[in-house]
Design a binder for this molecule. Structure first.
Ligand code: UD1
Length: 342
């Protein structure tokens, strides 16, 4: 029998790419998504890529009763990958209660249902934001977790704690938290990718929208940081590489190869890239000269962070395969594809 994996937020950016990789590896996928930040049509696109249509249930995970009914109807789920969450850092500062309620109540409802339904395997979508500005770079999993600078970041920190405590109090629950660095790019088919609502907050959608003419110019937030060219440094990884790590993580749990009931892994390339280098990469692969200017620093930005991914390399047997240029190329192909289809 096929292993059936529940992917919450499976029509979203990382969730849809992970669904494609899961199906490619022979898993059956069931999606729950409230379509708050995505579209049901993503399922058609997943089917176009894979030839297999995952099931989609549209409801909100904060709805405890609906979730219980769902599990009563789907009693063959062997693992859960939990992406569904609000994720805009800036918005979270203005809507803290919405963020805490949505991100934490969903998580608690899922863990609760797993306990009663005896579903033992859980993979959580966490973030490098838990490290704040690390003292030592590259940053490894044992670095101190710093006070969060936004309610969004805090939901990831508290989320990790809720999982750790729940696992600690349970006989047979196992979980892996994956701390992502900066996911970018899109599926090589250009059928799925990131679909930001309104003005993008993140760098790469802002770059591609500016290149397409939807935004006048890109503002580079600061060139006076203590970095090689003064702009901030991040670790940008291709979303398909990131998606594959989820397949590896859930398989590790299903095959009981995990070394502790609760494990945490960084997912990044291990290489720091400045904002200006990211722009150069985009210009190189697109042949477009990007309209950008240096602006003031963005409040709350971390100066520099990149991953020490050696634990994931060693334990999950996972490492990034795509280059920055390849990720930028697919981001650009995706931007052009969605604009043409509108
Ligand atoms: C932030 C969060 C991260 C979260 C992610 C998802 C922090 C520290 N990090 O990542 O936890 O998962 O958002 O939304 O809160 N930049 C520009 N101009 C722009 C946009 C961005 O110069 O118009 C620069 C930023 O200053 C930054 C880099 O590009 O140096 C990446 O920014 P962004 O894509 O927003 O991601 P993070 O801030 O790293």
């Amino acid at each position: 029998m096929k292993n059936k994996i529940l992917v919450t937020g499976g029509t979203g950016y990382i969730g849809s790419h992970t669904t494609v990789e899961l199906i490619g590896e022979g898993f059956e996928v069931a999606i729950i998504d409230n379509l708050y930040n995505s579209e049901a049509g993503v399922v058609d696109r997943i089917e176009l890529i894979t030839g297999v249509r995952p099931s989609l249930a549209v409801f909100d995970l904060t709805d405890h009763e609906k979730l219980y009914d769902y599990f009563a109807d789907h009693n063959d789920i062997s693992g859960i990958i939990h992406f569904a969450a609000y994720k805009a850092v800036g918005e979270s500062v203005h809507k803290p209660l919405e963020y805490y309620r949505n991100n934490l109540v969903s998580l608690m409802n899922l863990l609760d249902a797993m306990r009663t339904r005896e579903i033992p395997n859980f993979v959580f979508s966490s973030s490098c934001t838990v490290y704040g500005q690390p003292e030592k770079l590259p940053v490894a999993e044992d670095a101190a977790v710093k006070p969060a600078t936004s309610p969004y970041g805090n939901t990831k920190q508290i989320g990790e704690e809720i999982i750790r405590d729940t696992i600690g109090a349970s006989e047979n629950l196992n979980a892996i938290s994956l701390r992502y660095f900066n996911p970018i790019g899109a599926h090589p088919s250009a059928l799925i990718g990131e679909l930001p609502r309104g003005v993008p907050e993140n760098l790469v959608p802002f770059i591609t929208q500016t290149a397409y003419g939807l935004r006048k110019e890109l503002k580079v937030f600061g060139n006076d940081y203590d970095t090689p060219d003064g702009s901030c440094v991040r670790d940008y990884l291709h979303v398909v590489d990131l998606a594959k790590a989820h397949v590896t993580a859930v398989r590790r749990l299903l095959e009981k190869k995990n070394k502790a009931a609760y494990e945490v892994f960084n997912l990044g390339t291990g290489k720091g890239v400045t904002v200006l280098e990211a722009i150069e990469s985009f210009e190189r692969v697109s042949g477009i000269s990007l309209n950008y200017k240096i602006a003031g620093r963005r409040e709350g930005d971390i100066e520099k962070i990149w991953a020490d991914p050696s634990l994931a390399n060693r334990e999950l047997g996972w490492k990034t395969e795509s280059s920055l240029d390849e990720a930028m190329r697919t981001a650009w192909e995706w931007e052009k594809a969605i604009r043409k289809s509108q």
